[in-house]
Design a protein. Structure first.
Length: 148
């Protein structure tokens, strides 16, 4: 089971009254490693997570060199329980998008622990496309990741 859900939250969901804040609180309580990892990455993102990309909207050729538009985690989780939390958070569209809305970022994921946070304006940028590319996935493979 991905989340520890209270009977009150089930009742609210059944009645169509569950808020995003309640869902995010459930995520934070149920998947603390995943929640705090994303929270920490957002805190490291320039402009607090929702900054503009330098030169976005300018014609190609007149844009300044791209700034680093994302922050990522390259440290494996401390144990299998933490790894499971992270995998559940990233594999669930509803959990992942709730975290994106809550923190005002776009999330990307590789392997079993490499989470990246991008400002929403960076989705579709060269850096974002490079991070989510099949090439990046292949280059990020290491033998110790085969069984994660």
């Amino acid at each position: 089971m991905s989340l520890t859900v209270t009977p009150e939250l089930v009742t609210a969901a059944n009645a169509g009254r569950m808020t995003d804040e309640e869902f995010v609180a459930c995520i934070r309580a149920s998947l603390p490693y995943a929640y705090h990892l994303v929270e920490g990455l957002v805190a490291e993102l320039p402009s607090g997570g929702s900054g503009d990309l330098a030169g976005e909207g300018l014609p190609v050729g007149t844009r300044p060199a791209p700034a680093v538009a994302f922050v990522d985690n390259q440290v494996p989780p401390p144990d299998e329980a933490a790894r499971g939390q992270l995998l559940r958070a990233m594999a669930s569209t509803s959990i992942r998008t709730a975290l994106e809305r809550h923190f005002g970022v776009a999330l990307a994921f590789q392997n079993c622990h490499r989470v990246a946070v991008f400002p929403p304006a960076a989705v579709g940028s060269e850096q974002y496309r490079a991070f989510v590319s099949s090439r990046a996935q292949i280059l990020n493979q290491q033998p110790e990741f085969l069984d994660c």
